[in-house]
Design a protein around this ligand. Structure first.
Ligand SMILES: [Zn+2]
Length: 280
């Protein structure tokens, strides 16, 4: 329904004057979270998207502008069914942490907190940690080593990443450990103990396209670049967690229950298509 309204708005706003139109369709994502990503209703939503696209095409043809219009259709992530929940907030509370987390983000209620959890897409989470309630000091692995080792042993947790004091990204999984170094014109990758992604990439300098090619057919396509981009953001957590298939980092008894997730570094969670139509 919401997508139908969005398409209608898009068509109604067309006035031949604007050069660029952007339309965001939330329906498939929202319903997938609640129902699971492969139900009959979801398939119906894809069909209705296709139908609405046809209407848009007819509309543009009637206006004689279809041939001169570039249409790009893409998504920012995929979806993967989820049946198990690992409540990171409760987990950190059990480790005696005082936590700042969404939706309880009113600062005055949380004057003193030594950790924060922000879940994204439900199968990725950022954890922010400090020592002795001092947020001015940078994250230090050695002060949180016990917690990190305990987290990586949890069934829900697939990958944990953090920065070492030199600014390199360290990646941990139950399968191994590796390092990413953000060099100016290239990316240095070094497996330290086996490989946390099960990649067969040897130590060395690569560019973004090479790393995409080398990882495209694996369970973690482009994960090195994805992590690099995440860690370039100032808002990035001290720990970045990616969930195992079937898991998310939300509450067990939340309302509504989430049956599908995205955000993790696994193929299914961010596999999405890019289609475009242009002249010729
Ligand atoms: Zn979503």
């Amino acid at each position: 329904m919401i997508d139908k309204i969005a398409f209608k708005k898009l068509i109604n706003s067309f006035d031949n004057k604007k050069q660029f139109y952007f339309c965001c369709l939330y329906g498939i994502d929202s319903l997938s979270h609640i129902q699971g990503s492969d139900t009959e209703s979801i398939k119906q939503l894809y069909k209705s998207f296709d139908n609405n696209l046809g209407k848009l095409r007819n509309f543009l043809e009637d206006k004689s502008t279809y041939e001169d219009t570039l249409i790009i259709i893409t998504s920012d992530h995929g979806h993967s069914n989820t049946s198990e929940h690992f409540d990171l907030v409760e987990y950190l509370k059990s480790k005696n942490k005082s936590i700042f987390y969404y939706p309880l983000t009113f600062k005055k209620l949380y004057k003193k907190f030594d950790s924060s959890v922000m879940v994204s897409g439900n199968s990725m989470a950022h954890i922010y940690l400090n020592s002795n309630f001092n947020w001015s000091k940078p994250f230090s692995f050695s002060q949180h080593e016990e917690l990190i080792n305990d987290l990586i042993s949890q069934d829900a947790v697939d990958i944990i990443s953090y920065k070492n004091p030199k600014g390199d990204i360290i990646i941990l999984s139950s399968r191994g450990k590796s390092l990413i170094s953000d060099k100016e014109s290239s990316i240095y990758y070094q497996p330290l103990e086996n490989d946390p992604f099960d990649y067969s990439i040897s130590e060395g300098l690569y560019d973004e396209n090479q790393l995409l090619d080398l990882t495209y057919e694996t369970n973690y396509p482009d994960a090195i670049i994805q992590l690099l981009q995440i860690f370039r953001s100032k808002r990035c957590g001290d720990l970045v967690l990616s969930a195992n298939p079937g898991w998310d980092f939300r509450k067990k008894f939340e309302i509504p229950l989430h049956k599908s997730s995205h955000g993790s570094l696994r193929k299914r969670a961010y596999d999405c298509s890019l289609n475009f139509k242009q002249k010729n």
